[in-house]
Every structure is written in C-alpha cells, then in structure tokens.
Design a protein around this ligand. Structure first.
Ligand code: CA
Length: 224
C-alpha cells in the first residue's frame, strides 16, 4: 500500500512514516498544499492523510480539487482542532474520516483499514473501453450485451486494468491483484494470463488493446 502524507511538521511526519513502514505501508510525504496538488496529479496512492494546518493554507482546500480531478481515493484529515464543527466541515468537504491530534498510531491504522474497505464513493460501477463493458458490481464482462467467460485470474487482471484504463499499471500491482502472499508466482504467469485475455478479447471484438510496457507493466486502451 502506498500513502500520501501531507504534513508540515517534520517530527510528526517522520514518526508516522517510520511507524507505517513497519506495516508495509510506503509513505510519500509532502509538506505543503502546493506540493500536495502536484502529488495527487498522478493517482498512485491508495489513501491520503491530510493535515489541515499547512504553511500555505488549509489542507481541506485540497479536497474539492481532488474530488473534481479523479478518484475516490480515501482521505483522512488530521487536525489539532477537534471540535464538532471542524469535523463536520472536513467531512462535508469530502474527507472520509477525521482524526484529532494527538492520536494513537493504532487508531490511525484502524481508520485506514476502515476507509480502504469502503468502496470509493466516486468510482463508477461500470467501465467502458472500446466495445468492452466491465461491471464492477457483479464482475460481468461483456461486449454488445454478450458476456465473455473469463477465468478467475484473467478476470482479476482485467478488472485492475479496467479500473486504470489509459494508464500504465505496474506489473507488481497486477501481480498483487491476482496473487495472495501465499501464492507462489511463476515469473511468466502474468504474461500468460494477459495473452489468454488478449485472445478472448480479440475473439469477442472488444476493440481494446493491452499494451506491454517493457519492464514496467501493462496498459489497456481502446483501439483507435
Ligand atoms: Ca501542520
């Protein structure tokens, strides 16, 4: 998991990053609103922890920008102010949760787990690329109303590519989506899922291409 931490207090940020690393959470840290806006332009984070009192303004002002531009990436707002009005303001602005400083790391971790379980509010229920329709609700894949039968791992690979269509998805992210920690991964297993997937999509004239970005990952887009 990769987190964006927007926090200007060095001590606090360093302690949090170090603590989160123990839970295999990779933390990218920025210390101003300006840098936060830059960081969210590239939607690589699974969650954002956002301080309110930043040197160039109120952290909450990132939220409308974030919600308009992309994703339902979950945001937990941190603040020294903990009164009810502040919390309501934060949640109304689009935060998923709110945590008053000082807080116990365990509480932050519990809240992170909770927001990550929630389906992103803005995520569409259905993605369409080319002629291909992926229904995230019932995980049905179809072209022109005709369902396509996929094996479980092909389905998981396709789901991950469809959620981020038009962007390169890292090999590691695809492998994470398909295999649990306990699975043994053959080095070319992902490539064989992809090639079977390509064949099935071609057969059904889905009008999508899965590009191999050498050494990086795969990208799904409509055939032009
Ligand atoms: Ca601060």
């Amino acid at each position: 998991m990769r987190l964006l931490l927007v926090e200007d207090e060095n001590e606090m940020a360093a302690a949090l990053s170090e603590a989160l690393l123990k839970f295999d959470v990779v933390v990218d840290r920025v210390f101003s609103l300006d840098l936060a806006r830059e960081a969210v332009a590239d939607p690589v984070h699974d969650a954002i922890i956002l301080d309110r009192q930043l040197p160039d303004g109120d952290g909450l002002s990132l939220l409308p920008h974030l919600r308009a531009s992309q994703s339902g990436v979950p945001v937990i707002v941190l603040t020294a102010r903990g009164d009810v009005n502040d919390r309501v303001m934060g949640l109304d602005a689009g935060a998923d949760d709110y945590l008053s400083k000082p807080f116990a790391l365990e509480e932050l971790l519990a809240r992170l787990r909770a927001v990550l379980r929630r389906p992103p509010a803005m995520a569409p229920a259905v993605a369409r690329v080319g002629q291909l329709v992926f229904n995230f609700g019932n995980r049905e894949v179809s072209v022109g109303g005709q369902p396509i039968e996929l094996r479980r791992r092909e389905l998981l690979v396709l789901e991950t590519l469809m959620r981020r269509h038009g962007r390169t998805v890292l090999r590691s992210a695809l492998e994470e989506a398909v295999y649990s920690f306990d699975d043994e991964i053959q080095s070319n297993a992902l490539d064989s899922h992809i090639s079977r997937l390509r064949r099935k999509l071609d057969t059904h004239q889905a009008a999508v291409e899965i590009h191999n970005i050498r050494g990086v990952g795969y990208l799904l887009k409509a055939v032009e």
